[in-house]
Design a protein around this ligand. Sequence first.
Ligand code: ATR
Length: 296
Amino acid sequence: MTQITKCINGKTKIFGLLGNPVEHTQSPFIHQLFYEATEFNGTYNPFFVPVGQLEQAILGMRGLSLSGLNVTIPYKVDVMEYLDLVDPIAQAIGAVNTIVPVHGKLMGYNTDWIGLKMACDYYDIPIKGQECVIIGAGGAARGAVAMCLEGQATSVTIINRTREKAERIKNDLQKMDMDIPIYVGGLEDFHLVKPNSVAIQTTSVGMHPHEDASPIFNEEFFQKVDFIVDIIYNPKETVFMTKGREHQAKVLNGLSMLFFQALKAFEYWTDITLTASQIEWCLHQLETTVYNNTKN
Ligand code: ATR
């Protein structure tokens, strides 16, 4: 007879993800890895929240005493008004992706920027004292700019197809008051990119099934970049990363950011810190699973 070694019981902590849609999320798998690595009694579930039902979803979280929720598209901004307190950096970014219940209150955090920082640290992509250039000005770009400011970059340059959106991020994130200059420009304003920069690509350009696309092809740009972080993880290497690599840049794709934003949420919810070998094991499982199932 097969023996059941793990199952949900009365002590199981319930976590999950609010979004619309939620079918393609990798988060349940990643959190399951944390539970296995640490022998934590938890379950992580995708929750589809219909349009107009976000407030009810948060009331449900309170009423059911859920132990923590992530929030994804399209609710990262709107969810803030239903929480009791929002972390100042999440406030400056303008988005919450992690809700943490603390003594009956719901606190909102943004672990996207922290996950990006943890991924850069883990893979030796320097931020402190570096000139950073962010490509794009959507939600992901906001987290990347906050990460560069918190990570004490020397300067942050945001270049985007629509320059006004880059201006808006600059205005919003200058509220973090980090005394670090933020420059903005259009996608072709390569003169703004400083030599030996760290480039963080935050648009969806180049993502499967449009693998041939890149927000930038120009050689002048790649000559000035020593490190490239692309938030895309499918394909495993984007054209943007390939071009950087051809110009001797060190490159990192977005899978580790996805991993570390989840890890930070797990840490907030449980106060458990994974050991280096547990992190290595979880990351290896994730990479093997994603890239054995994904054309790359
Ligand atoms: P997210 O919130 O997930 O970051 P988003 O808000 O859709 O996503 O932002 C996407 C970013 O990719 C934007 O900066 C967008 O540029 P615009 O501000 O000009 O819209 C950028 N982007 C999307 N498609 C693009 C393309 N084909 N070329 C260049 N930039 C593109």
